[in-house]
Design a protein around this ligand. Sequence first.
Ligand code: AMP
Length: 279
Amino acid sequence: MKVVEGLAELREARESLTKPVGLVPTMGTLHEGHLSLVRRAKSECASVGVSIFVNPAQFGPTEDLDAYPMDLERDLDLLAGEGVDLVWTPTAAEMYDSGYQTWVEVEELAQYLEGEIREGHFRGVATVVTKLFNSFQPDRAYFGQKDAQQSIVIRRMVEDLNFPIEVIVCPTVREADGLAMSSRNSYLSPEERRAAPVLYRALLAASQLFSTGEREADRLRAEMETVLATEPRARPEYASVADPATLEEQHGPIEQALLSMAVFVGKTRLIDNLMVGDK
Ligand code: AMP
């Protein structure tokens, strides 16, 4: 496994990879969720690259950029164990030099849900993913359903900007009690960790209601809120029933929806989602 930092080194190493090349973009502190993307890429591509970059442009001024966990040595061991061919660990200084001024914005999809609360977040995501795509030039790129809106924004961007890249979205990997795996779970105290599966319980309750025939978006949203309210350590920021194509919040009857939520458990902000009525 080759590990490179600089862009010039990356370009040179990329030349010798056999096509099709799969890329898994990450911010490191890898867990089984990330590794499931790597394994899917390995099964579908002749070579697999992983980028590890905690992208400052997607963090707001009051967010956890400085506290974001990092353990590069452990990450590289895990990736070597998966048979990854190339790892790129760019520096923020090279990605955004002092004269940096070009940004990619996906206008409408980025306005809702996470984008409404985390101003500028998807501008940072779309920009860094564009830079990763242009540098790595993968044939396929792998993302997680865990960050549902991110995958939807990136699919749109790839379509709009004619990237010759297939975007593949992989299922959310969960702990045994349903908590979606996330690098941020390491912030949780033992009590908070016990409270955190309430997100998945709330999503499942709404999804079960949908399976029994309930179609009113407001009732599905209320079901999620009711379950979240049973956990005193949980402070919901939003619980949403959105159109999975436009991400607009739904109020009447629905046939399909992206159920999603952002919930503080202590100081840690957790997100999760489930699709219902998926064809
Ligand atoms: P991150 O390092 O959090 O930026 O995540 C890198 C990629 O891994 C993104 O495409 C995420 O959606 C994906 N990912 C993160 N957590 C999970 C999970 N629990 N299951 C599946 N994919 C995940």
